[in-house]
Ligand binder design. Structure first.
Ligand code: URA
Length: 435
């Protein structure tokens, strides 16, 4: 079999059969196919797509390049929640403790951020001594003991996806719906939880920018899940503005602790309650989604979720004293205030630029080897749609970068919002639920 023939088939819009997909994925995993041919095939998929059977067969083939995890030792109903990535997205760190406090077992493998979307592991890495590279046996022990554990991706889990994702990232093929669907679902299926919960972000700060594409992506992922006999639900949530008010690793961790004390932002709480509600429904702990959401909402007023978060951090080696003093941590050398140029209604219009701004302030990476500054980021002092007075502070930019760059930061900050005379209709955080 020749790789050039597979690229040609895809270029002409034909589908690859199981043997061809096996050849392709094994070739990617074992470094037998050169990068330029892999990216040529990915670009052909970007334009030609994949049919339903081909997408399932491709997902099966990439899973087969690595190990699968056996979660049968988990005592209880295991849930794996996945977000397609967004700006200020700290959902998993609130979802985990609330779901665990409701009796579910949260077993999750997370990634680091790349580009404008942050990663859960980067946020956890700001806690001194926190270990995310645990052996699966220890991961399962912590899930059973505490109710939740989050670790980073092991090298053996879907290695073909790891290699392909890095190539897609530099060849403008990340936003191919079948490639995103197979990439996410291969990892979720290899992980083997009882329920897969997807949070598909939709808007200017996400891979998927409109609801039609988001629905399509949800359908593709649900179809793959069903072909593997998996229970799977999806939420499509708004990403036209950051989730909550904090963007950046330590700032987001502060917001997580606040949320677990029921003092966090309302959009984050609504999203988490809906996700936990769905998980409870999937576990048959409740008979309606509303009952599940109510149970989750109640849990926000209990001390149990914060205790679970502390236990999770402690069991993974993290310094819980850091969490005790998280609102009194040293701040960045510079906190640049961005003030409203007029009185009116505040609308965040460019969430992508807000994500970019957080990266250049030091909170993210533009290449895999960049070092993150844990205390860099953005804190939004005013919320989307709110009436603001001229000269009131809209956001604070936290950075250790030299003053030489500050004018550039301010200029970018002013492209991310508008002040309008008319009150705007604000989209709800949950756009759709697909089961
Ligand atoms: N997250 C993934 O794991 N894969 C993608 O392709 C996009 C987001």
């Amino acid at each position: 079999m020749l790789m050039i023939d597979l690229i040609t088939k895809k270029k002409l819009g034909q589908s690859l059969n199981e043997d061809e997909l096996k050849f392709l994925t094994e070739g990617i995993a074992n470094q037998l196919i050169p990068d330029y041919q892999i990216t040529a095939w990915a670009m052909a998929v970007y334009f030609r797509g994949m049919n339903k059977d081909e997408l399932v067969a491709y997902t099966k083939a990439i899973i087969a390049t690595g190990e699968t995890i056996d979660l049968s030792q988990i005592n209880g109903f295991s849930v794996d929640k996945h977000s397609t990535g967004g700006v200020g997205d700290k959902t998993s760190l609130v979802f985990g403790p609330i779901a665990a406090a409701c009796g579910l077992k949260v077993a999750k493998i997370s990634g680091r951020g790349l580009g404008i979307t942050g990663g859960t592991i980067d946020k956890l890495d700001t806690i001194p001594n926190f270990k995310s590279d645990l052996a699966i046996i220890d991961f399962i022990k912590i899930v059973n003991k505490v109710g939740m554990s989050i670790i980073s991706q092991t090298t053996n889990l879907v290695p073909a996806d790891k290699k392909l994702y890095a190539l897609r990232d530099v060849s403008a093929t990340v936003d191919s719906l079948p490639l995103i669907a197979a990439s996410v679902m291969s990892k979720k299926i290899a992980m083997g939880a009882d329920l897969i919960l997807l949070d598909i972000k939709c808007g200017k700060g996400a891979f998927v920018q409109n609801i039609v594409m988001a629905r399509k992506l949800a359908r593709l992922m649900i179809n793959i899940g069903k072909a593997f006999n998996k229970k799977i639900y999806a939420i499509i949530s708004d990403m036209n503005k950051p989730l909550g008010q904090a963007v950046g690793n330590a700032l987001e961790l502060q917001e997580v602790i606040l949320s677990l004390k029921n003092k966090g932002p309302s959009d984050l709480k609504t999203l988490v309650s809906n996700l936990v509600g769905l998980a409870l429904l999937g576990a048959k702990e409740v008979t309606t989604l509303v009952a599940g959401i109510n149970k989750a909402n109640k849990m926000f007023t209990s001390e149990k979720p914060l205790e679970i978060f502390y236990q999770f951090v402690k069991n993974q080696g993290g310094d819980t004293q850091y969490l005790d003093k998280i609102d009194k941590l040293p701040t960045a050398n510079y906190i640049i205030k961005v003030k409203a140029p007029a009185t009116g209604y505040l609308i965040f219009t460019n969430n992508y630029a807000l994500g970019e701004l957080s990266v250049i302030l030091g909170a993210g990476r533009t290449t895999k080897t960049d070092i993150i500054d844990p205390i860099a980021g953005i804190y939004l002092k005013q919320v989307h749609g709110q009436k603001v007075e001229k000269d009131s502070i809209i956001m604070e930019l936290h950075t250790n970068k030299d003053q030489y760059f500050h004018q550039q930061f301010l200029e970018l900050a002013f492209t991310t919002f508008q002040i309008t005379n008319k009150k705007q209709n604000i989209k709800p955080i949950i756009l759709e639920i697909i089961m």
